[in-house]
Every structure is written in structure tokens, then in C-alpha cells.
Design a protein around this ligand. Structure first.
Ligand code: ADP
Ligand code: ZN
Ligand code: K
Length: 423
């Protein structure tokens, strides 16, 4: 699949697209959408006809809650997961037995690509419940014969003991949790010598964060991208080049669109990722608008064929607008990670005071860079305000707090609290 010649890949994609178009005819929503748009499956004669098809939005899935998007009878559904609900009510996804096998093999492909396999001991430190990252990675890792430790989340000290005692070589968790893990390991004086590979995903993280995690955990860090609507993790993954993520074009048809006009963008242009999965049985989707921002890169990776996508900087709806200025939480993270006097955990509060947006950033002081003098504290605070201003072009209030006092996250971090809507 990963070395198919472009013409053969196109033929396969088209065959699978046709099958998907037949499958969605079992879903009321699609029958209505196709009728509204005045298109039918027979109008799609080549892959280039895709823009004729209507989009599917997250809101459509919410409206179809719980099982409105299932294209097969319930007897054929063997598993249900939900999205994390980061941006609203969680939506439901269903899987047939074949879906579960297909999903596991996609993850196995990713892990094989970065060179881990049978000889590795893999600790999967994410939620094993409704979140797709737990069972998804579990089955993928088992399929390639890794020794899997389903440690899930919680009890970080115990997680660290297991890494040490079981000689864990590869871990999977959110980048936020990885940061916490490294702090606790440091406190315990555990060097985590066996670790080699870190797979981090489920939320945006910067390259600065990558370097910090690699330093602190002694791993090579790889980015993993996915979403429940597209099975879960396993959609796109960094290869050893670590310059963009390979997305499996035989399984996912990729478009990048202008989120406002809906027009298709060219390679190298940043926009919203739109995906038509080609291998889903229980819940096929057409032109699913992921809400995630990326671009298609040129097809030139040293390791395998196919255009990669750029790392995901955040969701189109992550962006905060503070006094008219666009701010991504990842920019704040980037600034703070570069300042040694403060720690890596932060919280952002946004309030509207006298009709003006006010942003407050709380960050922990780094004890090893703090003399204990009050004057020193003021100096550090000034520095953080200035560095944030240089990057964001926005004046923020900075509160320095005790090390260890800010929340730590086991799954996806929620670092931004927008209180502007509250009375
Ligand atoms: P929810 O959309 O409710 O958070 P999911 O658990 O399905 O539910 O999460 C999928 C979303 O997580 C993606 O749409 C994307 O916004 C984010 N995400 C997943 N992996 C990454 C990654 N490697 N980089 C950036 N964002 C990611
Ligand atoms: Zn590659
Ligand atoms: K720092």
C-alpha cells in the first residue's frame, strides 16, 4: 500500500470511493444531502469530481446523535466509541468487526514505520474507555506483536515504576501527560533509561515541546494524529524524517479547503483538512470537515511515497480573538518553553473587564532559577510579559505561581478558560 505507483493508487482510491458512495445510501442524512445538492453517486466519474459532493460537518454528526450515521444494522456493530467532546457534545462512532481489523492494521503500519516491533515493550498511557486512543493503540501494537502494557492513565509514580521494572522501550500518551511524567520521574530520581520511543498525539504540540520532551525523557518523539470520526488514531503519523506526517492515501482521501469559501486549496496552502475515509463500513463519511488546520506537502519523503501533511497547529476553532488579535494557545506554550526561569505548565484565563478583553497567564516559577528575592520575582515577571508581548503583540497579565500548583493533565490538556461569556 505504501509503495503503490500513483496510477494504481488512484485506481484503488476510486474503486473504494465508489463503494463508500454506495454505502452512504443507507444513511438518511446522505440521501437527503445528495438530493439537496442535486448529485448522485453516478455523477462521480473520476476522483476529480469529488468537489461536487456535499460536506459533512461535526454539527451534522451531533444532530444525528446517537446512531444516525450508521450504515449497517446494529447486529453488525461490535464496538462503540465517542469523541472526547473537546468542542461540544461528544459524538458517537461505531465499528464493524472488519472496521476494528482495518483500524488495528493502520496503527500497526504507523508503528512499523517508525521502527518499533516485536522486540519492544510498549506502555499505553491513555484512557482505555470511550477515548479511541486506548483500545486503538492497544490492538495495533498487539497486531505487530509488541509486548503491550495497558497501563491507561493515573498513578504516575506507578507508571514510572513499571517503565523501569518492565524495561519499557516505547510509550504512547498526550504530550501534556508526557511533560508531567517527566516531572515526576525527575522528582523520583528515575532516569527512565530503557525508553527509546515516544508517540505523542491527540492534541497540538510544538517543536519546542518536542525538544523538551526528548531531552527530559530520552526518547525520539513522533507525532500521531487521528480523530474518532476517522476510526481514531492511525490517520497520519510522523516517519523517521519527522518532517510532516504520512497520511494513508489508500484509506483516506484528503482535501485542503478554505474554511470560509469551501474551495479546494493547492499543495502548500494552509487550510482545513477535509477527509473522505475509504475503508469504513459502519460509519462511512463523505468529505468530513475535520476543523483541523494543515497543508499538503510535496511528495518527496525519503522513506515512502505519498504527500505528507504538515503538523497540526490547532483547530480552526482553537484560535482566541483577544481585543481583535488572533492568538493560538500553542504560541503561548512556545514562548514559555523558551524561558528557563519558568516551568512548562501554564493556564490562560480570558475575562472581559469594562468591555475590554483581558488575558491572564499563570505559569509556575522554576525553583532552580529563582533566588528567593522579591526583586528577582518582579524581574522574571517582566521578562515573561515582554516575551509574550513580542510574540503575540498583546499585553497580558502574568501571574507567577508555586511550582507544582497548576493542574496536570492525563489526557488532552484544557489550558484555556474563556470567561467572557459568563456573568
Ligand atoms: P474531540 O474532537 O472531541 O477532541 P477526538 O478524541 O476524536 O475528539 O480528538 C480528535 C481531535 O484531536 C482532532 O480533530 C484534532 O483537533 C486533535 N488532535 C489529534 N491528534 C492531534 C495531533 N497530533 N496534533 C494536533 N491535534 C491533534
Ligand atoms: Zn517519510
Ligand atoms: K520553561
Amino acid at each position: 500500500m505504501e509503495t503503490l505507483k500513483p496510477a494504481d493508487l488512484k485506481a484503488l482510491q476510486f474503486k473504494r470511493l465508489k463503494k463508500t458512495l454506495r454505502a452512504v445510501q443507507h444513511v438518511d442524512f446522505y440521501r437527503q444531502q445528495f438530493e439537496k445538492a442535486g448529485v448522485s453517486a453516478t455523477d462521480i466519474k473520476t476522483l476529480e469530481d469529488i468537489p461536487k459532493l456535499p460536506f459533512t460537518r461535526k454539527q451534522d454528526l451531533r444532530d444525528g446523535y446517537p446512531f444516525g450515521f450508521f450504515a449497517v444494522p446494529m447486529q453488525k456493530i461490535v464496538r462503540i466509541h465517542t469523541t472526547s467532546g473537546t468542542t461540544g457534545k461528544p459524538t458517537v462512532v461505531g465499528y464493524t468487526r472488519t472496521d476494528l481489523e482495518t483500524w488495528a492494521s493502520l496503527i500497526a503500519r504507523n508503528m512499523t514505520m517508525i521502527g518499533i516491533g516485536k522486540n519492544d515493550v510498549f506502555q499505553n498511557m491513555v484512557n482505555y474507555g470511550m477515548f479511541t486512543g486506548g483500545l486503538g493503540f492497544h490492538y495495533g501494537a498487539e497486531l505487530i506483536g509488541m509486548t503491550v502494557i495497558p497501563s491507561a492513565t493515573g498513578n504516575t509514580r506507578r507508571q514510572i515504576e513499571m517503565i523501569r521494572d518492565f524495561g519499557v522501550t516505547a510509550i504512547h500518551c498526550t504530550p501534556s501527560y508526557a511533560m508531567h511524567l517527566s516531572e515526576v520521574a525527575e522528582e523520583m530520581g528515575e532516569p527512565l533509561e530503557s525508553l527509546k520511543t515516544g508517540i505523542f498525539g491527540a492534541e497540538p504540540w510544538s517543536d519546542t515541546m518536542r525538544h523538551t520532551l526528548e531531552d527530559r525523557l530520552g526518547v525520539t518523539a513522533f507525532d500521531s494524529y487521528g480523530m474518532s470520526e476517522l476510526f481514531g488514531p492511525g490517520v497520519a503519523f510522523e516517519c523517521p524524517e519527522r518532517d510532516g506526517l504520512h497520511i494513508w492515501h489508500d484509506s483516506y482521501l484528503v482535501e485542503i479547503i478554505d474554511p470560509v469559501s469551501g474551495e479546494n486549496l493547492s499543495d502548500g496552502e494552509r487550510g482545513e483538512l477535509v477527509v473522505t475515509p475509504l475503508v469504513k463500513e459502519a460509519m462511512p463519511l463523505i468529505r468530513y470537515r475535520t476543523g483541523d488546520v494543515t497543508m499538503l506537502m510535496e511528495d518527496g519523503c525519503l522513506c515512502r511515497r505519498g504527500k505528507k501533511i504538515a503538523r497540526l497547529t490547532g483547530r480552526s476553532d482553537d484560535m482566541l480573538i483577544i481585543r481583535g488579535i488572533n492568538v493560538f494557545p500553542s504560541q503561548i506554550e512556545h514562548v514559555l518553553l523558551r524561558i528557563p526561569e519558568v516551568g512548562n505548565q501554564f493556564m490562560v484565563y480570558i475575562d472581559r473587564i469594562n468591555h475590554l478583553d483581558e488575558m491572564t497567564v499563570e505559569v509556575e516559577i522554576n525553583r532552580s532559577h529563582f533566588s528567593g528575592e522579591l526583586a528577582d520575582l518582579a524581574k522574571i515577571q517582566k521578562k515573561v510579559v515582554k516575551e509574550l508581548h513580542d510574540t503575540l503583540e498583546l499585553r497580558t497579565t502574568v501571574k507567577l505561581v508555586e511550582p507544582g500548583s497548576l493542574p496536570r493533565f492525563e489526557g488532552k490538556a484544557k489550558r484555556v478558560i474563556d470567561r467572557r461569556g459568563e456573568i
